[in-house]
Design a protein around this ligand. Structure first.
Ligand SMILES: [Zn+2]
Ligand SMILES: [Zn+2]
Length: 829
């Protein structure tokens, strides 16, 4: 008797459970955990690509299992370690398995319900070899060109079409296409080789004789000899395009040689991702302080799986990472190097490629689908290769999504600038922190984690202090350069004395003049974009706001428009107040655009460029700004927090922070921590080769955070913050879980939010805070309210989670206000 086999699958949908399907008996031996399968789901029997999560013999209790339709893979595309990691993410962050599936897998590997098949025109086959059913499908396709899975089911009027489809796919007769995403296509390059006739030396005289009157063809042949390195010990393959370029001939010349039976063209599937293609350099040796830190990290790894390297800006943390990476790959293990933002770190990628060449692969969400699938497969194949010769992409550098690649044997995870909040995914679900989730991933691989930062997150430093993580301090800058001299410009005083030149203090102006005189470069940091954050009518006090969101509109002078930073709409600047008609309208506050404009007035000969989300929208804009600044085509870079992140420029001697106060006043329990991190990081951009200067403009020169930035006193900031966190019960003393409730109808939202909160309070008591409107209470026409739970660290997460889910499911099932949408964010910072 045959076994009846069932599989549990992850559907790419926000449903809480795994779903069980029956495996057709003839596929029992083919089903493997981690494979993709096509299954019908829902009332209309829509088809989805799902992932096999488990195999067993237990039929589902409450429903009749349907058959799976097709197995898409011959081997798993997701491994068991990944599935365990996903379980943890789903559990800890209260996310649906389908959300994680969607976040983890490149879109091109997911076929939606609209999965379609077409004939593969590149395959020749004998129709007689097809079974009757296969023949029918093939016939139908020649007439209709495209069939969906349901079409196939209809045509054949048999229930289990999986075998037929699978067989047709395996025979390369049909291919699967996806409607939304372009189908993954390998990139093919044409290469040239000699025909056996031309490869025979006896025929050479007649060939050269023949070509003596065809100069271009002869040139092509000679170039081929050179490029292929023929008649030498090692020969190379010759791409057709390279040959054309070298010989300076057109494609038709090559074709003439093909006709003369001298050349042959052949196709090679190449990697779409650029090869490094240059010689690699030796790893730089470490200085005395780096060596010490390196040895301490090695020692720390013996006791701690996770270690924090707290090293001041410019101390050369990257060189230490490189040493550790080098050792890890020597052991045949993989390395994941997580970066806060890939676009801002091209400098770093180049540095690693210089040392490791093609061993380095890059992965992030801005890659197109094909590129993402290729990296995915490279990493997957690395696992499958028994020998360790396939070193390509053994090191992956990437933003947070790189954590989801199919690693099988990680040895080390480096998380650079671990304090950055770009490691946190806010929307959509799964709302995870890649730093924390990577530490869990490392455990599954028995790998080590190195967290690096000059300004560690409070909770990370606390974990190190509590001996949960190892801690290594590196307090010396590389090349004996001193940390920059940080000065404070008292704006209040300068304003009183009428010394301010618009937004510039005399101290900042003087130092800029000095820098320009010495042909040095300047970075100015202002954490607001646009020209002015809001405008106000002097007569009636009206402030123009967005129609869809409850925020004031930012004024952009270049386009003379008002723009919403939340929903992106823009409208023309009105010439008079829309409320009272007065034309006495004034602009308040200032953004990067205004700084750029004023600077040009004060320093007409200076070359200024702005770097913010507005000026770096096009694909290569960011890279161009960096290159121009590196080559000193730009004297001043004015930017938002983009300029604070890990850039290395040799010639920057001055950094100006234009308005420290708006960072300190941000309504968030982490405002001080963030302000300290941002100011310290941007200060670190100054004086990489000789001592630099930083000027902080503020109304509160004696604010503790300003003093701590000036003294580079991280420890004092940490101690102060911990006291505050303890006093007001904030992380790391408790765990935060935040709920956002949304609805277009404000009234429904209010009642629904109250009902939800009251039920929560029954389970969690005074730990529940809210509901409250957040600072921006309406975004894109949805009103929102926040509810917060503060949970003691000693309470089991599992227990809290179960209670929360119970409340949420009950609300979603029985409330009169179930149309109010609830999203959950665990550790929402
Ligand atoms: Zn008015
Ligand atoms: Zn808006």
């Amino acid at each position: 008797m045959l076994d009846t086999l069932f599989i549990d699958v992850i559907l790419p949908l926000p449903v809480p459970n795994f779903f069980t399907y029956r495996v057709p008996n003839e596929l029992n031996d083919d089903v493997i955990i981690g494979q993709r399968v096509i299954v019908p789901f829902g009332r209309g029997g829509k088809l989805y690509t799902a992932l096999v999560k488990a195999k067993h013999h237990t039929p589902p209790k409450d429903y009749q299992a349907k058959y799976l339709y097709v197995i898409l893979d011959n081997h798993p595309i997701v491994n068991e370690k990944q599935l365990k990691h996903w379980d943890w993410i789903a559990d800890y962050y209260l996310a649906y398995p389908g959300d994680i599936f969607n976040a983890a897998i490149p879109g091109a590997l997911k076929l939606s319900s609209e999965t379609k098949f077409v004939i593969n025109r590149n395959t020749e086959f004998n129709v007689d070899d097809l079974t009757d059913n296969e023949y029918q499908v093939h016939e139908a396709l020649t007439i209709r060109e495209v069939l969906t899975l349901s079409d196939v089911a209809e045509i054949l009027s048999v229930k289990n079409i999986h075998q037929i489809i699978k067989s047709l796919i395996e025979k390369n007769i049909i291919i699967v296409v996806e409607e939304i995403n372009e189908k993954y296509k390998p990139k093919v390059v044409q290469f040239i080789r000699l025909t056996p006739f031309a490869d025979n030396e006896d025929n050479l005289p007649s060939i050269f004789d023949d070509l003596s009157r065809a100069k271009k063809q002869l040139a092509a042949l000679m170039s081929f000899v050179q490029l292929s390195n023929r008649y030498q010990q090692i020969t190379y393959e010759v791409p057709k395009l390279n040959l054309q370029k070298k010989a300076n001939v057109s494609s038709s010349v090559i074709n003439q040689l093909v006709e003369k039976n001298i050349f042959e063209i052949y196709d090679v599937v190449v990697n779409r991702l650029d090869d490094y293609g240059k010689e690699v350099e030796d790893v730089k040796s470490l200085n005395e302080h780096q060596t010490k830190a390196y040895n301490e990290i090695k020692a720390s790894f013996k006791q701690h799986d996770t270690t924090l390297l707290h090293g001041v800006t410019g101390s050369g943390k990257t060189e230490i990472y490189i040493q550790l990476i080098k050792e890890t790959i020597k052991e045949g293990k993989q390395v994941l190097y997580l970066l806060p933002e890939i676009a801002l770190t091209t400098q770093l990628i180049v540095r690693l490629q210089k040392v490791f060449g093609d061993t380095v692969g890059v992965y992030h969400s801005k890659f197109n689908e094909n590129e993402r699938v290729e990296v995915w497969n490279e990493v997957l194949n690395f696992n499958l290769s028994a020998n360790k010769e396939n070193k390509r992409f053994q090191i992956i550098m990437g933003a947070r999504s790189a954590m989801f690649l199919p690693y099988n044997n990680l040895g080390l995870i480096v998380i650079d600038e671990e304090h950055e909040n770009t490691f946190k995914q806010f929307d959509p679900s799964p709302r995870y922190n890649a730093r924390d989730a990577s530490i869990v991933l490392a455990k599954l691989h028995k790998a080590k984690v190195l967290l690096g930062s000059a300004t560690p997150a409070i909770e990370t430093y606390w974990n190190a202090k509590e001996n949960k993580y190892g801690l290594v301090e590196l307090n010396y800058r590389h090349g004996k350069v001193l940390l920059p001299e940080i000065l404070c410009a008292d704006i209040k005083e300068a304003t009183r004395k009428k010394q301010m030149k618009s937004h510039f203090s005399p101290l900042l102006i003087e130092n800029m003049e000095e820098a320009f005189k010495n042909k040095e470069q300047v970075i100015l940091f202002q954490n607001r974009r646009g020209y002015a954050p809001y405008m106000i009518c002097e007569d009636c006090g009206n402030v123009p706001e967005c129609n869809n969101c409850d925020v004031s509109l930012t004024y952009y002078k270049y386009t003379h428009q008002l723009k919403c930073h939340y929903c992106g709409i823009s409208k023309n600047m009105p010439s008079k107040c829309l409320a009272c008609g007065s034309s006495r309208i004034s602009l308040k506050g200032f953004g990067t655009e205004q700084i750029e404009e004023e600077l040009a007035l004060f320093f007409p000969k200076i070359r200024i460029t702005r770097m913010d989300a507005d000026s770096t929208k096009s694909k290569n804009a960011y890279q161009k700004i960096i290159n121009d600044f590196e080559e000193h085509q730009i004297d001043v870079l004015v930017g938002t927090q983009m300029v604070t992140k890990g850039l290395d420029f040799n010639n920057v001697s001055l950094v100006g922070i234009l308005n420290a106060d708006n960072m300190l006043k941000f309504p968030d329990f982490r405002a001080f921590e963030r302000a300290y991190q941002m100011m310290s990081q941007v200060s670190g951009r100054a004086g990489r080769t000789k001592r630099g200067k930083v000027i902080i403009q503020t109304y509160e020169p004696y604010h503790p955070i300003i003093r701590q930035v000036m003294d580079s006193n991280y420890l004092e900031m940490f101690t102060d913050e911990m006291q505050q966190r303890k006093k007001f019960n904030y992380p790391p003393y408790c765990r935060l879980i935040s709920f956002t409730l949304k609805h277009k109808d404000q009234n429904k939202l209010n009642i629904g939010a109250d009902e939800f909160t009251n039920t929560l309070k029954k389970k969690f008591g005074t730990r529940v805070l809210g509901p409250e409107y957040p600072a921006v209470s309406r975004v894109k026409n949805y009103y929102q309210k926040k509810v917060l739970i503060k949970i003691e660290r000693k309470i089991s997460v599992t227990k809290a989670r179960d209670l929360i889910l119970e409340v949420k499911h009950h609300f979603e099932a029985f409330s009169n206000y179930k149309s109010v949408r609830i999203s959950i964010d665990v550790d929402p910072y």
